[in-house]
Design a protein around this ligand. Structure first.
Ligand code: DX5
Ligand code: ZN
Length: 222
């Protein structure tokens, strides 16, 4: 089943625990935590102490997307704060395989994210070490941007590579501009986990928003 991961970037930060509860009750599988440092991306959000204060709900996966330089020094703190997945950017670390193993040493899953212009082949020699690949479908930093259409071909190529190499267990997460208009092509290309900020938190009815995304995703899988 396709996982839906609402991004808290578009939530009301003043009521963050209520927002997390609301999307979980509305059917979210994961909650996506966009961590920004104003160096790797031109925006600033939150760090491990805030994530530690987020109420951990049984069955909900806390998925940290670190848009930061030098992510190695933060991995342990995010693991201790209760994250199940920690995703770093390939562009933000020099020793990617070491960084992946470093995250996994804290008994959490490791993801690597690629900016829209970064070629897939930077992952060639680390794919078997990974739990997830996050393909950015906007330039990271802000919610509410439009999906970059050529990323669909990138998702399809990654799907093909993973299947060929017997790595079907690796999640393909897509992040940026996923909404009712784009979800079908993203899923048809092979994504398994959808980040959705505006398409969930920007809607008055979270349950309806998640159900619609799920329904469209199911149609695309047929
Ligand atoms: C962008 C973030 C995304 C963003 C997605 O840097 O990584 O998670 O919040 O927002 P939407 O779904 O509104 O494009
Ligand atoms: Zn994100």
């Amino acid at each position: 089943m396709i996982k839906i991961a609402p991004s808290l970037l578009s939530a009301d930060f003043g009521r963050i625990n209520e927002e997390i509860a609301a999307v979980h009750e509305a059917g979210a599988d994961w909650v996506h935590l966009d961590v920004m440092d104003n160096h790797f991306v031109p925006n600033l959000t939150f760090g491990p102490p805030i994530v530690a204060r987020m109420k951990k709900r049984e069955g909900l996966v806390y998925d940290a997307h670190l848009m930061v330089q030098n992510p190695d020094s933060l991995a342990e703190a995010f693991a201790k704060a209760g994250c199940h997945y920690i995703t770093i950017h390939a562009e933000a670390t020099h020793h990617l395989q070491r960084s992946i193993k470093h995250i996994q040493s804290f008994k959490v899953k490791a993801g690597v994210s690629l900016n829209p212009h970064t070629p897939l082949n930077v992952l060639d020699w680390v794919l078997e070490d990974l739990d997830m690949v996050l393909l950015m479908s906007v330039n990271p930093g802000f919610g509410g941007q439009s999906y970059i259409p050529q990323v669909t071909r990138k998702i399809a190529q990654l799907r093909e590579t993973l299947d060929k190499r017997g790595l079907g267990r690796v999640e393909i997460q897509v992040d940026g501009g996923v909404n009712n208009d784009t979800v079908k092509e993203v899923v048809a290309a092979g994504a398994t986990c959808l980040v959705a900020g505006t398409a969930v938190f920007g809607q008055p009815d979270y349950k309806k928003a998640i159900a619609t995304l799920r329904e469209l995703a199911a149609q695309a899988k047929k």
